[in-house]
Design a protein around this ligand. Structure first.
Ligand code: Q46
Ligand code: ZN
Ligand code: ZN
Length: 304
């Protein structure tokens, strides 16, 4: 058994991609420092910023909230109850429990009161549940964070998530998406600043942090995530990582360092205006959320 890199205790965690082994306390310290380093590297925010962490009840978002609070940032949580049966009920309970444990505020949006639950919307809309859900989550995160007076939204996207998206965007040469794949999206045109402080932390590292910190998180995946292509990409990248530790981090970090700056000269033809109904930023006259809501109301009326 290895010894901790920092002290003479037995190591509980081994990180092959960094060739580091740590005892529990030094692992937690390493994780917090890595989050802090990422925040500084990408100039995400500082101690005066008012940050809202998007909480799903899973290991990544709760680990992020925990780390930011420990590091002394001004940070609250934001949870959207999607109304996906037991999954949503359990994740909401865990999110509330965690907020209470660290003494922070958790703001909650109940989809059933705003529009309809995801399963209900699925019965009126043919699009994949995740596409509807993504539209709704982006909309409420942006709108509510502004209304509540926050400057930043932080999400728990980890290295595995980012590497899988990068892989997918590269396979499809989706230049417009690649151009925007950065851990900081600036505040502009009615969009609040969005950041991903766990972008250089793997899924396993974040799970270990949650477990060793005693964070209770929802282990089940959302039932709609079954069959998503991103899962195949993650599996494939993990096989590469197994053979050659550090592959994912290299793939993502080198993209940011070498490719991202080059892509900034790519011209986009996006014209952003404001939604005529809700006033939120939109590429069309009516934003995707409002058109979704209108369609839903029209279909509901037809069926009564
Ligand atoms: S919550 Fe929503 Fe995810 Fe469930 S419906 Fe899909 S997008 S999988 S992160
Ligand atoms: Zn140690
Ligand atoms: Zn709108």
């Amino acid at each position: 058994m290895r010894e901790c890199y920092k002290c003479d205790k037995k190591a509980q965690v081994y990180l092959p991609q960094h060739r580091l082994a740590f005892c529990k306390d030094h692992y937690l310290e390493w994780f917090d420092n890595r989050v802090e380093k990422t925040i500084k590297e990408f100039k995400m925010f500082d101690k005066n910023s008012k940050i809202l962490v998007a909480i799903s009840g899973g290991k990544d978002s709760l680990s992020l909230w925990n780390a930011l609070a420990k590091l002394g940032y001004n940070v609250d949580g934001f949870y959207i109850n999607l109304g996906i049966g037991d999954y949503s009920q359990k994740s909401k309970e865990l999110a509330l429990k965690f907020a209470e444990k660290i003494g922070k505020t958790l703001h909650i949006v109940e989809l059933k009161d705003e529009i309809a639950t995801i399963p209900e919307m699925k019965t009126y809309d043919n699009r994949p549940a995740c596409s509807i859900c993504g539209t709704i989550k982006r909309y409420f995160m942006n709108k509510k964070a502004k209304e509540l007076g926050y400057d930043i939204i932080a999400t728990g996207h980890n290295l595995d998530d980012e590497a899988a998206v990068l892989f997918s965007n590269t396979l499809n040469w989706s230049v417009e998406y690649l151009k925007r794949q950065y851990p900081v999206l600036k505040e502009e045109n009615g969009f609040i600043r969005k950041v991903k402080p766990l972008c250089k932390i793997s899924e396993k590292e974040s799970a270990m942090y949650a477990i060793l910190s005693g964070i209770e998180y929802i282990e089940e995946e959302c039932p709609y995530s079954v069959g998503a292509t991103s899962i195949d990409y993650k599996l494939f990248l993990s096989q590469l990582e197994e053979k050659s530790p550090g592959t994912k981090l290299r793939f993502y970090s080198e993209f940011l360092r070498k490719m991202y700056p080059i892509l900034q000269s790519y011209e986009e033809k996006v014209e952003l205006g404001r939604c005529e109904i809700c006033g939120e930023p939109s590429m069309n006259r009516i934003c995707s959320y409002c058109s979704l809501k209108m369609k839903l109301l029209a279909k509901k009326e037809k069926t009564v």
